[in-house]
Design a protein around this ligand. Structure first.
Ligand SMILES: Cc1cc2nc3c(=O)[nH]c(=O)nc-3n(C[C@H](O)[C@H](O)[C@H](O)COP(=O)(O)O)c2cc1C
Length: 180
């Protein structure tokens, strides 16, 4: 897929067919996502694929802070991806202090970069994604038995889209740039 087309035509997808996502595709997506830049090349982002229907339903019912839209999206998706990071490395010095005034904010930054690479790579495989930020971090961690040294940054519903989706309006280039 053409680079510009991949960026411009990726959409948030919230309706999926029941077709399962092939593991070979998931591995090709991570093969690209692992090339995302990261704080001092710390590569702290991890991808947990929830395929089990019972576990996915539990997350949809109990771990989205009552936000029905996300609950419905997760139920419709054949697969839920949990984006997690290893704690206390990204943004930290070896002695455990923060390197910058952003504290541990760089963990989310790295997770965000990797998430975008993941979503674009998925789109190039004709898969649809939607990043979801509304979830209950503690309940989700418990539900998936997240290791103590990891924390969740975001969740992504993944699957084959049922139909094309319109592009939400974007700001003009001139609104986004400041020259000094
Ligand atoms: C950090 C983040 C959190 C988001 N959280 C949600 C969410 O909880 N539920 C949802 O349906 N969409 C969520 N979205 C998707 C946005 O609504 C979507 O990206 C935006 O409307 C632009 O549409 P597009 O992705 O099709 O370009 C989130 C996106 C981002 C980047």
């Amino acid at each position: 897929m053409d680079f510009n087309q991949c960026i411009k035509e990726r959409r948030s997808i919230r309706n999926f067919t029941s077709q399962k996502v092939e593991h070979e595709k998931l591995e090709r997506i991570i093969e690209l996502a692992r090339f995302s830049p990261s704080w001092k090349n710390s590569q702290t982002v991890r991808y947990i694929f929830v395929e089990d229907e019972q576990l996915k339903d539990k997350i949809a019912n109990e771990c989205v802070s009552g936000f029905v839209n996300n609950s419905n999206t997760i139920k419709k998706a054949p697969l839920l991806v949990v984006i997690a990071t290893i704690k206390s490395r990204c943004g930290y010095e070896r002695d455990g202090s923060f390197t910058t005034s952003k504290g541990d904010g760089w963990e989310m930054f790295d997770a965000g970069i990797a998430t975008q690479t993941f979503c674009l790579a998925s789109h190039s495989e004709n898969l649809g994604t939607v990043v979801m930020g509304i979830f209950d971090e503690e309940k989700l961690g418990e539900a998936i038995s997240l290791p103590e040294n990891q924390k969740v940054s975001a969740i992504i519903a993944l699957g084959y889209p049922t139909e094309p989706v319109n592009t939400p309006k974007r700001k003009e280039v001139s609104e986004l740039i400041t020259y000094k």
